[in-house]
Design a protein around this ligand. Sequence first.
Ligand SMILES: CC(C)(COP(=O)(O)OP(=O)(O)OC[C@H]1O[C@@H](n2cnc3c(N)ncnc32)[C@H](O)[C@@H]1OP(=O)(O)O)[C@@H](O)C(=O)NCCC(=O)NCCS
Length: 192
Amino acid sequence: MPHQVANVAIMRLPIRTERLVLRPLRAEDIAAHHRMFSDPDVVRYLYEDVLDLEAATAHLQSRLSVEVPAEGQWLNLAVECDGDLIGEVGARVVSQEHRQCEIGYGFAPEAGGQGFATEAASAIVTLCFDEFGAHRVVGRIDARHHKSARVLERLGMRREAHLRENEFIKGEWIDEMVYAITEGEPRPAIQG
Ligand SMILES: CC(C)(COP(=O)(O)OP(=O)(O)OC[C@H]1O[C@@H](n2cnc3c(N)ncnc32)[C@H](O)[C@@H]1OP(=O)(O)O)[C@@H](O)C(=O)NCCC(=O)NCCS
């Protein structure tokens, strides 16, 4: 019988990549967290609306756990570069039975265009495969979000679906694209 997602996991945090440190989020991260989630450009393609300080505090609070996530739950991590919080990444256990995980990420605009999202997301894909025992890792994005599509493509993910008007978010039907990679498939080396 295949082992199940997360049952085998012993998380080793923080995760260090060439330029970044992925560590648990902390309540003290509220200023950076609020700055990101109060920026309309950051939340444009996320489920979240712009968050005020109170909402951002509750939102951050819900992301502090460093437990191996139960089915349906996310593990969220802060991404630091030279000691500054520049973004957040996460992994959700979609299905224990089918050993499937989903990744997510969001970065401050000033950290864009330098490959940080790709570098951090690649480490999260590795976490899904190596620590959570995933067989398949997916990324789900708004079909208009070309920057995010490029991140997933740089990770070696394949576009598997374009779902027409699949979700109703912020007052409109949106097309969703699904990207995926399975264990054993080649993954490009990510340079920092
Ligand atoms: C989606 C998002 C993460 C993409 O950020 P990004 O800066 O484009 O992605 P990366 O950090 O991987 O940077 C890639 C870019 O940096 C360039 N780059 C510069 N130096 C690089 C390096 N050392 N390594 C890799 N890429 C580098 C790449 O060429 C690429 O540019 P291009 O897209 O014009 O080809 C970012 O826009 C974001 O956080 N948005 C808000 C939240 C959000 O929408 N999250 C995703 C929801 S699905």
